[in-house]
Every structure is written in C-alpha cells, then in structure tokens.
Design a protein around this ligand. Structure first.
Ligand SMILES: [Zn+2]
Length: 105
C-alpha cells in the first residue's frame, strides 16, 4: 500500500495576470503583479522576463504578448497594444506644427 501519495504539494498554482498597457504610466514598464519585479519593454537582457508568446493581428501588428516573470514564474498577459498605436498616431499628427522663426520685417 502506498501511503501519503501526492497531497497538497502536487497542486501547482498557475499564476496568471493581465496587464493593460494603456493603463500604465511611463515608458511601458510595470512591476510584476506578484513579486514587484520591474519589467521593462526596453530591457532586452531577458533577465527579468522572457517573452513566451506573441500574438499579432492580420496586419502583423502586435496584439498581445505573453511573458513570464523570471523571478517568480508568473505568467503575464500584456494587452492594449492597439490603443497605444492609436495614441502614438495622435501624438504624431499633433506634433507636425512647425515653429517658424519669423525674420523681422
Ligand atoms: Zn514576478
């Protein structure tokens, strides 16, 4: 007879979070919802996180990103890329205003 086979210790919690990029302030970096590890899209060293899945739409634009926090192993879904795109377009069209340094008449 086997005794005490697989009890609570066998239950692995699959931690899953969702981050909406449009609700993040700054350059798109955010703390891991579980351990507070700062995850920055500009950090390409892959020390803090790793991208495990990328979803794009039919036009090849980034839609969702599934990353894993290397410190605690939480999986984090990033969404809201489309809206970011729209915001950037707005910024660009607003920034066209050229400052003309008028020569004195
Ligand atoms: Zn974490």
């Amino acid at each position: 007879m086997l005794s005490g086979s697989c009890r609570k210790s066998c239950v692995v919690k699959n931690l899953f979070y969702r981050i909406d990029l449009t609700k993040i302030e700054g350059e798109g970096e955010f703390p891991c919802p579980s351990c507070g590890n700062i995850i920055s899209p500009e950090d390409e060293s892959n020390l803090n996180y790793e991208i495990i899945d990328v979803k794009t739409d039919s036009q090849g634009r980034l839609k969702e990103l599934l990353i894993i926090c290397k410190r605690c192993g939480s999986k984090i879904y990033l969404e809201g890329f489309e809206l970011l795109d729209e915001l950037e377009n707005l910024k660009e069209s607003e920034g066209i205003e050229e400052e003309t340094e008028g020569s004195p008449i």
